[in-house]
Design a protein around this ligand. Structure first.
Ligand code: CDP
Length: 226
């Protein structure tokens, strides 16, 4: 059975990471959350008061950042480390979400993240989700998915997730954040969010987790030559 690269791109909070984790688990592949890398970089910039409109400051700051992923036996998930600190939980905060798309427009930041992502895919056997994975990071990936879901469903899902951690978060705040990120992500100059020509589209607005997995798994196995 051939080892392949699976890319999942799409709008904010449309279930990319859920599907990516399901697929990786079923296939025994590595799952990488590329958005977590942009979020961790943003957290570092915020904590260290980096002025990200200054290219020199950004370049210097990136030299102090090491990002790794480690498997957590308890949560059974791979979690992100920023300079050896597990920041998986912190990067999901709205404070980071408010700034991450702005930070992700910066060329130096993208070059830094993309280089690392491409290295992680060298041996294939990987599922990576994000915005530019099928277009820029792995343009030759064997199986590309572009996910969508309607905005109300996406906001409801993300609000439910966030309010569990922070009861002060409002539905309106979450909605505004998703809309803002979608706008910046799809209109930026470098690697904007768009469907790769050879990606298959998956709208999961009314699909259960089992249904979306069955759909993607069947196609993945075809690509793997099973
Ligand atoms: O989970 P959600 O879909 O809301 O976002 P995420 O995957 O955690 O990504 C956070 C942000 O990082 C996105 O809104 C993009 O601005 C940026 N991002 C990117 O530019 N390129 C990627 N490959 C992944 C994320």
């Amino acid at each position: 059975m051939k080892k392949i690269i699976i890319t999942i791109d799409g709008w904010s909070s449309c279930g990319k990471s859920t599907l990516a984790k399901q697929l990786a688990k079923k296939l025994g592949y590595v799952y990488i959350d590329s958005g977590a890398m942009y979020r961790a970089i943003t957290l570092f910039f915020l904590r260290n008061h980096i002025n990200w409109s200054d290219k020199l400051a950004v370049t210097a700051a990136l030299k102090s950042i090491v990002i790794d992923f480690e498997y957590n036996e308890n949560s059974r998930q791979s979690e992100i480390l920023l300079n050896d600190e597990n920041v998986e939980y912190l990067i999901r905060d709205l404070v980071v979400a408010e700034k991450v798309s702005e930070v992700a427009t910066i060329k130096e930041v993208r070059d830094f993240a993309v280089a690392q992502q491409q290295k992680m895919g060298e041996k294939k056997g990987i599922v990576m989700d994000g915005r530019d994975i099928g277009t820029t990071v792995f343009p030759n990936a064997e199986f590309k998915i572009f996910m969508t879901a309607d905005i109300t469903t996406r906001v409801e899902r993300r609000f439910k997730e966030m309010v569990e951690k922070n009861p002060n978060v409002t539905f309106e705040e979450v909605k505004k954040n998703l809309e803002m990120r979608d706008y910046i992500d799809s209109n930026r100059e470098i690697s904007p969010l768009k469907k790769a020509e050879d990606a298959i589209e998956l709208d999961n607005t009314s699909l259960t987790m089992e249904q979306q997995l069955a759909f993607a798994l069947k196609l993945a196995k075809e690509k793997m030559g099973q």
